[in-house]
Design a protein around this ligand. Structure first.
Ligand code: FES
Ligand code: FES
Length: 138
């Protein structure tokens, strides 16, 4: 078994940030034409030193083990990143410690990247929502 597969297996034993986020500021969903899988990512922002940064991220994936492992890595890595920094992360960078995505699995990483970009596109334009906003989803 390859190093990559070992790491995917390890990550799947304890995936991070899996599940719907009730108080998210934005959500993005993408499907992969290559395999029919779907991935959804939720983002919550906060203000830190006058900058809007990602406070938390979570995801749901339907089916694909590699996408789950990449999304677990990515949602950890995104904490504290600005929108701009997050937007520039490639599928490979989002895979973090999993290592180089094998050619057959690149689209799994791109699914995570796509869900992230879709969620970023829907994030509130200016400051993060104030605590008392009436439009919180819960
Ligand atoms: Fe998702 Fe490939 S169809 S694992
Ligand atoms: Fe299609 Fe992984 S096999 S997203």
């Amino acid at each position: 078994m390859s190093d990559f597969e070992d790491k995917v297996r390890e990550t799947l034993a304890n995936p991070k940030n899996q599940g719907e986020m009730q108080d998210a500021d934005s959500v993005g969903t993408v499907g992969s034409p290559d395999c029919g899988d779907m991935l959804r990512m939720w983002l919550k922002f906060k203000e830190e030193n006058g900058k809007k940064v990602i406070d938390r991220a979570s995801f749901q994936s339907f089916g694909c083990q590699t996408a789950i492992a990449v999304a677990s890595m990515a949602t950890e890595m995104l904490k504290g990143k600005t929108e701009e920094e997050a937007r520039h992360l490639s599928a490979q960078e989002l895979s973090g410690d999993l290592g180089a995505l094998p050619p057959m699995k690149i689209h799994c990483g791109q699914l995570v990247e796509g869900a992230l970009k879709s969620a970023l596109d829907q994030s509130p334009a200016e400051e993060p929502a104030k605590a008392e906003d009436s439009n919180t989803l819960s």
